[in-house]
Design a protein around this ligand. Structure first.
Ligand code: ADP
Length: 168
């Protein structure tokens, strides 16, 4: 039987930290599904379609991984995909409490679902999509943290947002 693992997240936008986790996860499964959440609560900068496109471009050289959107309960999505393992990245200690809550909540919803945590390479420990957005807004060089096309798309977004602001 094929081992399918689901890697859920907002990916707003995808960073080298996410890609590091994807590569590690591919070593322990037959098929990895990167599940992009619609997540209206988080008010993402990039639309769902944009986040999916950037991810697809980032993984185009990799095998056994695909990108999909998901909404609703993650445990229901896993069931539909015939998966019972979630993969999440664990960076600094501050990730821990939220992730701990999520594991327990998902377990209450479905006892069969388990979560595996993976740590990225050290240089991505402090990397997050929010940090990238802040750095880009301040005009910092983010080329070490995201693929070129993500950097370009971010710059576009920011200059568009700034030009919109001027009209108010
Ligand atoms: P969410 O809103 O679900 O936290 P994110 O896109 O922020 O979505 O993160 C998705 C997953 O990727 C989470 O498990 C997060 O810990 C992990 N992740 C994000 N950035 C990194 C990174 N730099 N290194 C390792 N894992 C990361």
């Amino acid at each position: 039987m094929k081992r399918v693992i689901v890697y859920p997240g907002s990916f707003d936008p995808v960073t080298y930290g996410h890609l590091d986790i994807i590569k590690r996860a591919l070593k322990i499964c037959d098929q990895l599904i990167v599940a992009v959440s619609t997540n209206p609560i988080k008010k993402p900068l990039f639309s769902l379609k944009e986040r999916i496109l950037l991810l697809k471009e980032s993984i185009k050289e990799m095998k056994n991984v695909r990108v999909e959107k998901f909404d609703g309960l993650l445990v229901d999505y896993l069931k539909r995909k015939g998966a019972r393992i979630i993969i999440r990245g664990l960076r600094v200690v501050s990730d821990f409490e939220y992730e701990f809550q999520m594991v327990l909540t998902n377990r209450k919803l479905d006892e069969e679902i388990d979560t595996i945590f993976m740590m990225p390479t050290e240089s991505y420990f402090y990397l997050s999509s929010s940090l990238i957005k802040e750095l880009a807004l301040l005009g910092a060089d983010i080329s070490r943290y995201v693929p070129k096309f993500v950097e370009e798309k971010l710059k576009e977004k920011i200059s568009h947002a700034k030009s919109q602001e001027k009209t108010f």
